[in-house]
Design a protein around this ligand. Structure first.
Ligand code: SAM
Ligand code: SF4
Length: 462
């Protein structure tokens, strides 16, 4: 008789941070799935807990310590439980993190994800350790996603790049994720096709600076950013793909040819996230962002000219070292001029190993001034967002249905091409379909819709 197969074990991941981290979590689940671990949503059930960290801003890092605290009791109750810390804080802090967080069995950087199973074995054999080796650009291989039919969401993420070669003075990413590497275009196209075959309808291509992608053929210094436009055209041709998005863009590499794709490609959604960070050219220069306010506005005007209904979003930092009231006022006027549909706004926080420290740019804007500026940005944007969302009311829009609404039980939710969330009544069988929905109201950051076949108007939930 065959011996019983080894019992499956369970992996719980507590994730922080950006879409790159979301993507990394999926790869961890696949790597450990092949080693007999099933994903669980409950830390109490887990044999292995991974805290996947983000170090972009101070607050994200503080969350790691409090998450680890939560797992201390679990570990005391079950000594066999392993707790690992991954992601950018782990990469940067390595051994120091082991000292600060005694509950951690080991720490590992993003480049170590393919070896996660071996790291678990190494820890089981004894000793705590930090695995933070960075894989050289030439040796870096992207992990291949293995989507399974019926188990993928309607919208999928596909990575096209890792790391970043820019030197934005505030940013820790180049220190934690290393040099930029583009994924070969055939791998990208194949992965998109696999997601579509498994049931995904929309794909978002992700990277820290997708416009500098250079995996099509030309070396980076000769492609002038246009290589990314070629990649978009190739992905657009994947049969069965309904919608394509990408994030994040950097204005430095956002060429007119990349913008033209909004007009020319069948699947490319009318949505662009183009982080500006500040409306002041003086501040942009000190951020080492490589463009001026006027150059940025020209790009915005151009993209609006090729795609008039495009929805735009951005990132804003307030209270950057040396930011004066006059600099800040320029951020406010830029928001009014561009009319973003939504923004992400942050108070500057000093990060270790960033160029700002080497340039002796001290974090010298008082905390209360940062808080006031953040509040002013958000208050101004609230009105702009309401105005922009209002433009959809009364219109028929195409919505890709993502499934049941988490917020409004009994309703469906989906997104417009501009990435606006719409809630409306309809049968769950519409999940994965592109449907036409009449927008009847805007509420907060979302839209309220009515689907023709649903036959009745959505009750507005207060
Ligand atoms: N690659 C993207 C780009 O070039 O815009 C940004 C990536 S970063 C993970 C996301 C956002 O975090 C940035 O656009 C910036 O607004 C914000 N951010 C990064 N470092 C920051 C810092 N030290 N303090 C406050 N916000 C920061
Ligand atoms: Fe950071 Fe700038 Fe690279 Fe974005 S482009 S990840 S902000 S260094």
């Amino acid at each position: 008789m065959d011996p019983d197969p080894p019992a499956r074990r369970r992996l719980f991941v507590q994730n922080f941070g950006c879409q790159m981290n979301d993507y990394d979590v999926e790869r961890m689940r696949e790597v450990m799935g092949a080693r007999g671990y099933d994903a669980t949503e409950s830390a109490e059930d887990a044999d292995l807990i991974v805290i996947n960290t983000c170090s972009v801003r101070e607050k994200a890092e503080a969350k790691v310590a409090s998450a680890a605290g939560r797992f201390r009791e679990l570990k005391q109750a079950r000594p066999g439980l392993m707790v690992a810390i991954g992601g950018c804080v782990a990469q940067q802090e390595g051994e120091r993190l082991l000292k600060r967080i005694p509950v951690a069995d080991f720490t590992f950087g993003p480049d170590q994800i393919p070896s996660l199973g071996a790291l678990v074995d190494r820890r089981a054999a004894g000793g705590r350790f930090a695995a933070t080796e960075v894989v050289e650009v030439e040796d870096y291989r992207f992990l291949t996603a293995e989507p399974r039919r019926g188990q993928v969401p309607v919208t999928a993420l596909v990575t096209i790049q890792k790391g970043c070669d820019n030197h934005c003075a505030f940013c820790v990413v180049p220190a934690t994720r290393g040099r930029e590497v583009s994924r070969p275009w055939q791998e990208v196209v194949d992965e998109v096709a696999r997601f579509v075959a498994a049931g995904a309808r929309e794909v978002t291509l992700i990277g820290q600076n997708v416009n500098s992608y250079h995996g099509v053929g030309l070396p980076k210094d000769q492609s002038g950013g246009d290589d990314f436009a070629e990649l978009l055209a190739r992905v657009d041709r994947v049969e069965g793909l309904k919608r394509l998005r990408y994030t994040t863009s950097h204005p430095h590499d956002f060429t007119d040819k990349v913008a033209d794709a909004f007009r020319d490609l069948r699947t490319l959604c009318a949505w662009l996230h183009l982080p500006v960070q500040s409306g002041s050219s003086r501040t942009l220069k000190r951020m080492v962002r490589d463009y001026t306010r006027d150059q940025y506005l020209r790009q915005i005007d151009y993209v609006k000219s090729v795609c008039p209904d495009i929805s735009l979003s951005t990132d804003i930092i307030v209270g950057y070292p040396g930011e004066t009231d006059a600099d800040f006022a320029e951020t406010l006027t830029l928001l009014e001029r561009v009319e973003y549909d939504s923004i992400y706004s942050f108070e500057y926080s000093e990060r270790p190993d960033t160029p700002a420290l080497k340039l002796a740019l001290r974090d010298n804007v008082a905390p209360e001034v940062k808080a006031e500026r953040l509040q002013a940005v958000q208050a101004l944007q609230k009105g702009i967002t309401a105005r922009r969302l209002g433009r959809w009311v009364g219109r028929d829009v195409e919505v890709l249905v993502e499934g049941d609404s988490a917020r409004y039980p009994g309703q469906l939710c989906g997104r417009t091409t501009g990435n606006e969330m719409v809630n409306f009544a309809g049968p769950p069988s519409l999940t994965g379909e592109l449907v036409t929905v009449k927008i009847v109201a805007a509420r907060g950051h979302t839209l309220v819709g009515e689907h023709a076949q649903a036959g009745h108007r959505l009750a507005v939930i207060a």
